[in-house]
Design a protein. Structure first.
Length: 153
């Protein structure tokens, strides 16, 4: 194929945009699911353990951990988290446990959750959660094997 001056100029003009797209496509996924720096949709992750339900965190009661801000519904919950964040933080950085078991990451919603052996697992939706619950031990084993490699996939 013969390249004209026009082809070369078009290619040269497009090169910076193509380089930028390549950087975006290969950017690593953050280790904690967040929206605008707020972890797990602002839910109080301690409340899942203590109140057995999702509770929205208060924007005035926060703690920064793993590069994001975690919200809590009470000072007691924040203090519990600060004392042992690994115990209360959701598995797989708050990404969907089903997705991680399949080898990718996905966002989660506060209402699709389950505590298994003292650990909090979140899912993309209630429908996906029901799919995950069909084989919890198998899904956890697969997700554990995929984590944290899925962050760079």
């Amino acid at each position: 194929m013969t390249y004209t001056r026009r082809h070369l100029l078009t290619l040269a003009a497009a090169a910076p945009a193509l380089t930028l797209l390549g950087r975006v496509a290969w950017a690593a996924t953050p280790p904690v699911y967040h929206s605008r720096g707020i972890a797990v949709d602002g839910s109080d992750v301690v409340a899942y353990h203590t109140e057995d339900r999702p509770v929205s965190g208060n924007a005035d009661i926060t703690h920064d951990w793993m590069g994001v801000t975690w919200r809590f519904s009470s000072e007691d919950n924040r203090n519990a988290f600060v004392a042992d964040p690994a115990h209360y933080a959701p598995q797989y950085g708050g990404y969907c446990a089903y997705a991680v078991s399949e080898g990718y990451t996905a966002s989660t919603i506060p209402d699709a959750w389950k505590i298994v052996d003292g650990k909090l697992y979140l899912n993309y939706s209630r429908r996906i959660q029901r799919r995950w619950e069909r084989d919890i031990p198998g899904r956890i084993a697969a997700a554990d094997a995929n984590w944290p490699a899925v962050l760079s996939a």
